[in-house]
Design a protein. Structure first.
Length: 422
């Protein structure tokens, strides 16, 4: 069988599904870890922090050394780490005396692979032949959403219908995805990617005001997306009073569905619209969605705001990457690595800030009295206050998008066919 660049693109899609598995599978199993292995809520929170922390470290190291190692070996390592880490997640907690340490070890391995995927896949897609690069980037990131949706939907339903005892089979089953990815990257062709000898030096990027604004956009993008994503299931459970399985499906799954729809639509028709204006509209819509979730007292309308927010954030991460690739066509691995680091920082900051503020709000007597007058529960009011603070991220993103000035090259590429050479 002769492999073409189309197979390369599909391998990249599989890579992003692998990343969705690495980020979203363990949280679905948290309640099982808590009851079966006596893992505390603080330890579960630490697992989330470790996941994103390892990804950031992986981003940094990949940015510095991937050009020396080579893209194909690095891609194979990313897929292999996904397979090994998920297998460890299935086996180690039942064979080690310290189950928490077992979970940490597995988490570190597959999170490292996920961080590599984040740095490597985008420049590979940008290097492939074709003109509609912004659309291709959006469609690539749509596969993270579809992977997210599959992981949450299939895993939640499997646990519901077959019982929690089957959880150890889930990581093994999902490890098939990075395994397929590994064998695809063995064979698919890779186009030439700017190396450290030809791309823009990191120090030059960091001195550029336009790139600094792009870094801020990535932080805001990651925060806006993950803040609503991570809290959506709990929001659904508190607002509607539904069981966890329904909360997961109405919260995380619906959010992922709308995000996937948004990225797929732009992937198919994105060359017809102006990317920067669309990002401004996205940030504005996200502000509205956060406002609906916070201020509308109807549980179903609030949940509709959560779902629509998935559509609003769909273009933020891939769109920012495409804008940056247009502005810095020789940015190479360094550019994508730095932006991935900023995105992961945003992913860690946003949900954490909402959790901290929500907890503090529940200890405020005035807020709790106000919640009682509105007929809201303590946790529900606390989460609404937390999400109100989270609205600063889409607001900041909108401000930065208006502060950005189009360079001549970038402006030309953002016309009818946005970032066509990004």
């Amino acid at each position: 069988m002769k492999f073409t660049y189309r197979h390369t693109l599909w391998a990249c899609y599989m890579g992003y599904i692998t990343q969705a598995i690495a980020v979203n599978l363990a949280p679905i199993l948290f309640i099982i870890f808590q009851t079966q292995y006596s893992i505390s809520l603080e330890q579960l929170g630490a697992l989330v922090s470790i996941n994103f922390g390892v990804q950031i470290v992986s981003d940094v190291i990949a940015t510095k050394y991937v050009d020396k190692i080579g893209y194909r070996p690095a891609l194979l390592a990313a897929a292999a780490l996904g397979v090994i880490g998920l297998t460890m997640l299935s086996i180690l907690p039942n064979v080690m005396d310290n189950a928490f340490l077992a979970l940490i070890l597995a988490n570190v391995v597959y999170a490292w692979g996920s961080g590599l995927i984040e740095v490597l896949i985008s420049p590979v897609v940008e290097s492939l032949p074709g003109d509609a690069k912004a659309s291709a980037m959006s469609l690539l990131h749509a596969f993270y959403c579809w992977g997210f949706l599959l992981v949450v939907g299939v895993s939640t339903l499997a646990l519901h219908f077959f019982g929690r005892d089957i959880w150890t089979y889930l990581p093994i089953a999902w490890a098939i995805v990075p395994l397929i990815c590994f064998f695809m990257f063995l064979k698919v062709p890779l186009n030439k990617i700017p190396s450290e000898d030809t791309d823009t030096p990191i120090r030059n990027l960091l001195k550029n005001k336009a790139f600094f604004l792009a870094m801020l956009l990535m932080i805001c993008s990651g925060s806006t997306e993950q803040t609503m994503s991570q809290w959506s299931s709990l929001f659904a459970e508190l607002g509607l009073g539904v069981p966890k399985v329904v909360g997961d499906l109405l919260g995380m799954s619906v959010f992922a569905l709308f995000m996937g729809i948004g990225r797929t639509l732009f992937g198919l028709y994105g060359e017809r619209v102006n990317l920067r204006k669309t990002l401004r509209l996205s940030a504005g819509l996200a502000i509205v969605c956060y406002g609906i979730a916070v201020f509308i007292h109807s549980p179903y309308l609030s949940l509709a705001g959560v779902a629509l927010c998935g559509f609003a954030v769909a273009l933020m991460w891939p769109g920012t990457l495409s804008l940056s690739a247009a502005r810095f066509p020789l940015g190479g691995t360094a550019m994508f690595g730095i932006l991935a680091i900023c995105g992961d920082i945003g992913c860690a900051i946003g949900p954490g800030l909402v959790g901290y503020v929500s907890e503090a709000a529940q200890r405020n007597n005035w807020l709790m009295e106000y919640a009682a007058r509105l007929g809201l529960g303590i946790e529900q009011m606390g989460l609404k206050v937390g999400l109100l603070v989270g609205i600063i991220f889409p607001i900041a993103m909108l401000i930065v998008l208006f502060l950005q000035k189009d360079g001549k090259t970038a402006k030309a590429r953002e016309s009818a066919a946005p970032v066509s050479n990004s």
